[in-house]
Design a protein around this ligand. Structure first.
Ligand code: GRF
Length: 216
């Protein structure tokens, strides 16, 4: 049973996808802790309903970024997870966090990395005239949205798509990506080494692409 902690900032629909996959028996996980950096995140209620311990850590009370980062790492350590998943967590974590976090950290980012790092990815993909958009899961490193990419899911950008319609078409696929990527950690050895993803001892040449059946 893989012990995971999930960090959120808002709605928590990706957290819900993990809870549902755990409840259905697809994922052999225990979600040991959900932490939000916003007290009003709806995802906190989803976690509480599922009987998962929750914490709120808002950055307003901290002197600086490193202070917040170190406290967050200590908070995570309490429940001794084997993997931390940032799922809709809207705060940049720096070296101070990574140095003290007790386990690997992966992030869900709504773009086909390395395209469109940072925020506003739906708008930027449409404005750039991209023919497709998607989401990526990657190991978190000290540089924003730049760690080695484990997996991706793609959706076409159709004529007339706007940010909202694109988000609507990507959201269910993104949930599938979070679940399938977490499943990968349950069933295989997945590591980050020298800026590469290593699965069962072999270097991943390119990100795994989610199939329409929700597997890689
Ligand atoms: C998701 O689109 C995720 O890719 C992005 O923020 C959104 C949050 O979704 N980082 P939710 O809170 O899991 O519903």
């Amino acid at each position: 049973m893989l012990q995971i902690a999930v960090l959120i900032s808002g709605n928590g629909s990706n957290l819900q996808a993990l809870i549902d996959a755990r409840n259905s028996g697809r994922l052999q996980i225990e979600i040991v802790h959900v932490i939000s950096n916003r007290g009003n995140a709806a995802g906190l209620e989803r976690a509480a309903r599922a009987g998962i311990p929750t914490s709120i850590l808002e950055h307003s009370g901290f002197h600086d970024r490193a202070d917040f980062d170190q406290t967050l790492a200590v908070l995570i350590s309490i429940h001794t997870p084997e993997l931390v998943i940032l799922a809709g967590f809207m705060r940049i974590l720096g070296r101070a966090f990574l140095d003290q976090c007790p386990c690997p950290v992966i992030n869900l980012h709504p773009s086909l990395l390395p395209r469109h790092r940072g925020t506003g990815t739906y708008r930027r993909a449409i404005q750039a005239g991209d023919s497709e958009h998607g989401s990526s899961m990657h190991f978190v490193t000290a540089e924003l949205d730049s760690g080695p990419v484990i997996s991706q899911v793609r959706v076409p950008i159709k004529p007339g798509d706007d940010e909202k319609s694109l988000m609507r078409s990507l959201e269910p696929k993104e949930h599938g990506l979070v679940v399938a990527t977490t499943e990968l950690f349950c069933t295989h050895s997945v590591q980050c080494s020298c800026d590469a993803v290593i699965i069962d001892g072999k270097r991943l040449a390119k990100p795994l692409l989610l199939n329409t059946d929700g597997t890689f």
